[in-house]
Design a protein around this ligand. Structure first.
Ligand SMILES: [Fe+2]
Ligand SMILES: [Fe+2]
Length: 153
């Protein structure tokens, strides 16, 4: 696969975003107060590592056939932690982590959507499309966590 210098540079920018996501989810997995949220951040971090590695493979000249976990969000039904008696500071802090990560996912998802138009190769477009779908799924899972825990109002 032949990539132009401009295309390589776009892929490197996306990879830098994935690197930030990996760092953020690694840190937030440690910082989250609720174990359910720690576990969710850990799951998402693994996806971000997969995205990073897919882009490495693309830069080395082969477009990977990255599969999307279709039912990842449907199957995610977290048991609520912050109902009944709980520590309000913990809830507020975890809510902040959720809001921050949803914002990041929106940004990254938009970046894939924008850069896709710079590539004519259907394989690359499919890869970007699949990664974008997973970023949207990440935001949806975090939103489901917020909803379950009464954090959406
Ligand atoms: Fe990602
Ligand atoms: Fe993501």
């Amino acid at each position: 696969m032949n990539l132009t210098e401009k295309q390589k540079s776009l892929i490197q920018d996306l990879q830098a975003q994935e690197q930030l996501c990996i760092q953020k989810y690694t840190e937030y997995e440690n910082l989250a107060r609720d174990n359910e949220l720690k576990s969710l951040f850990g799951t998402i971090r693994q996806d971000e590592e997969k995205h990073y590695n897919s882009l490495s493979q693309l830069l080395s000249g082969t477009c990977p056939d990255m599969k999307v976990m279709d039912n990842a969000t449907t199957n995610y039904n977290p048991a609520p932690t912050y109902i009944g008696s709980f520590n309000q500071d913990d809830k507020d802090y975890d809510q902040y982590l959720c809001t921050d990560t949803i914002t990041t996912e929106k940004y990254v998802s938009t970046a894939y959507n924008d850069e896709l138009f710079q590539f004519g190769d259907p394989e690359v477009r499919k890869l970007f499309n699949n990664i974008q779908t997973e970023e949207q799924n990440h935001a949806e899972m975090i939103y489901k966590y917020k909803t379950a825990n009464g954090m959406t109002n």
